[in-house]
Design a binder for this molecule. Structure first.
Ligand SMILES: Nc1ncnc2c1ncn2[C@@H]1O[C@H](COP(=O)(O)OP(=O)(O)O)[C@@H](O)[C@H]1O
Ligand SMILES: [Mg+2]
Length: 202
């Protein structure tokens, strides 16, 4: 079982992926929690290139860096863990690339989908939890966690386009992508919803 967390900055991906891991382990599952970018040794270098506010990258360079990170991640971390029968939870995956690079950056849909297909080796999540939040709330939350990264520093319009693309993806694939609104829901309530959805799927 491959579960991914998606959503804009500060929606709660990191918080909830950790909580879901503990919950599933408590139920006796073997769980691997991982993330993109940065889920591998080489990926950590790619992550810092992508997130460092001092990196000046054009949008094509950016999408290929994400793809390189994903290719490593899928082949060296995700697929081996799935083969061992683990539940794999990834904090971001292919839908991030669609939302940020198509929605946010404006790259062509067919180009990004093709790059995603190659870098993911065609591996599609069984379940994607899209934590939806308005940019106003999300950016404020993200600021509690640390200094703003290269994406968090983008203007509000960028984040609005990312959010809109995520919601479009969910609308087009409601079987896989479940939307959970987090603006005015506290962490425990959101986690309760997530567990309900995951239990149904398991
Ligand atoms: N539903 C919520 N209500 C209030 N605060 C939240 C909620 N979800 C997450 N947070 C807080 O917002 C901050 C960002 O959450 P985080 O999990 O790091 O988001 P992400 O990984 O999606 O950027 C953290 O301080 C977290 O405790
Ligand atoms: Mg996070």
């Amino acid at each position: 079982m491959f579960i991914t967390f998606e959503g804009p900055e500060g929606c709660g991906k990191s918080t909830h992926s950790k909580k879901l891991k503990s919950y599933l382990e408590g139920k006796g599952h073997k769980v691997l929690l991982t993330q993109e970018p940065g889920g591998t040794q080489v990926g950590k270098h790619i992550r810092s290139l992508l997130l460092n506010p001092e990196s000046v990258l054009d949008e094509t360079t950016e999408v290929y860096l994400f793809a390189a990170d994903r290719s490593e991640h899928v082949s060296k971390v995700v697929l081996p863990a799935l083969k061992e029968g683990k539940v794999v939870i990834s904090d971001r995956y292919v839908d991030s690339t669609l939302a940020y690079q198509i929605g946010g950056r404006g790259l062509p849909e067919d180009l990004v989908r093709y790059i995603n297909m190659v870098s993911s080796k065609g591996l599609i999540p069984d379940l994607t939890l899209l934590l939806d939040v308005s940019p106003e709330v999300g950016i404020k939350r993200a600021a509690q966690v640390g200094a703003a990264d290269r994406f968090e520093k983008e203007k509000i319009q960028f984040h609005q386009k990312v959010r809109a693309k995520y919601l479009e993806l969910a609308q087009n694939d409601p079987e896989r992508i479940k939307v959970i609104k987090t603006d005015s829901r506290d962490i425990d309530k959101v986690q309760e919803k997530i567990r309900g959805i995951v239990e149904t799927k398991l």
